[in-house]
Write a protein that binds this ligand. Sequence first.
Ligand SMILES: Cc1cc2nc3c(=O)[nH]c(=O)nc-3n(C[C@H](O)[C@H](O)[C@H](O)COP(=O)(O)OP(=O)(O)OC[C@H]3O[C@@H](n4cnc5c(N)ncnc54)[C@H](O)[C@@H]3O)c2cc1C
Length: 503
Amino acid sequence: MSPRYDAILIGAGHNGLVAAATLARKGRKVLVLEARDHPGGMLGDPAFRVAPLPYALRPEIAKALQLDQTMLYKAKPLDVLSFGADGPPLRVAGGLATGVDIATAEAYAALYARLGRQAKALGAMLLETPPSLGKANLSEMAGFARMALKMRLLGKTEMRDLLRIILSNAWDLLNDEIGDGPLAGLLALDATLGGAMGPRSPGTVLTLLYRMASHSPHGHGLRLMPQGSPDALVTALADCVKAAGGEIRTGAPVERILVEGDRAAGVRLASGEEITAPLVLSNASPKTTLITLLGVAHLDGEFVRRCRSMASKGMVSRLDFDVAEPPAVRCGGALLSGQRLVVAPSMQAIETAFNAAKYRNLPDRPALEAVYDGATRRLSVSAQFTPYDLAGGWTDEAKAKLSASVLAVLEEALPGIASTVTGSRVMSPADIEAGYGAAGGHWHHGELRVDQLLMLRPFDGAARYRMPVAGLYLCGAGAHPGGDISGAAGFNAARAALRDGGH
Ligand SMILES: Cc1cc2nc3c(=O)[nH]c(=O)nc-3n(C[C@H](O)[C@H](O)[C@H](O)COP(=O)(O)OP(=O)(O)OC[C@H]3O[C@@H](n4cnc5c(N)ncnc54)[C@H](O)[C@@H]3O)c2cc1C
């Protein structure tokens, strides 16, 4: 009997939905199986959303899936308040910074524009399958060639500058160009957020460029912000799958990937139900997919060793604070709904917070990114440098300690906020791992760093979406080009499966 489905997607994270929609729109009969009772993965649970600031969806993907861009998105610079140690916050939108002296604002604008051009050149690779380290085919080499050409078009001076800085650290670059302070803190947070790196770590200029490329596909700091709540994006992606004939089942955790004659043959659910399909794309993290769902019996020893040793210990916790009134901003005004707030007063402060995390401790002053939602009166905070493998474990006491230190840092930026809090919740990296099938609870399902990028992502031998068992693909943030709500990994993986014949 032939299988009822052409492809099974494990996980309805936004990448799983993008992959499903891409396959379904090409006529494939797809079934998406989601363990949770809500689609959208880390973006998806309105009660406690892991990813509160989805502004990186690639416009190329929105266009390919014919999402209604006018309804969904507004391309605009994201309004950011960045707090120093004292005084009013800086207001930053793309390359425009107000609240600093003119010389610093000009130096920042020039640096932002230059990095933006370089990021755009590198960004040519985001929607490409990285070429193989062995024999690459022509179309894959063409993607690389496009990036090389864009780098060449930067001109000799800027290309040389890019080659000089690309593997260096954000600390040196930003100190040289704009000096330390809340402006450098903001960029250094972008360079390190979600990863186990401080601004002094080598490779943090590359991660900054990556963020700029993926967060600002239009260049000039413009970002695609969903109109209304992030749920609009999840609903649009789920509707797109269904409109193309795909099915989505929630509350359906996959327990095993089935293999027959060295090929993926379908899945078995935790309920015991078996569903067959010649293609299986997994939105779960690489470790979860390969070690837990597929099983090491189907893999060679060296591959398993690399998978197990891939860096994927998360560093970010999410906290929600329900507040009785809109938070007041230090030195005047109220925090606006949708405004991004950053408390990373300097690179030194970020590095100090990282130092504690390196030794598996909580920092006294975590670096923070937050957004206030006026409709729900909720401040959603991502607290950076809260290690997955915290010494002593993620006990209730540890979470209470983190909540208190985050609130103390917020109180300096938003005076009086503590007295308006009516409820709070903490989700540690360990909770994120348990809740979303992301090993280590990592932001990108695996560290974004030089040895886990491009043709080495998620690890050497497992890149380019195709796994050693034919018909099995990785389509989540662990695959190239990594995480954030961009949809790129899901889109690229589905296109790789289609190119391979894709049933
Ligand atoms: C604390 C934190 C804050 C973040 N904030 C932001 C932000 O503000 N903006 C931003 O752009 N990015 C943010 N991110 C990153 C972003 O959330 C992720 O990179 C992104 O969600 C990855 O998308 P995905 O679709 O690949 O995977 P996920 O969103 O992790 O989805 C994977 C899905 O697979 C399902 N699944 C796993 N195993 C199984 C199984 N066995 N059976 C069935 N289903 C399964 C999971 O339940 C989940 O729904 C944040 C990350 C963290 C950790």
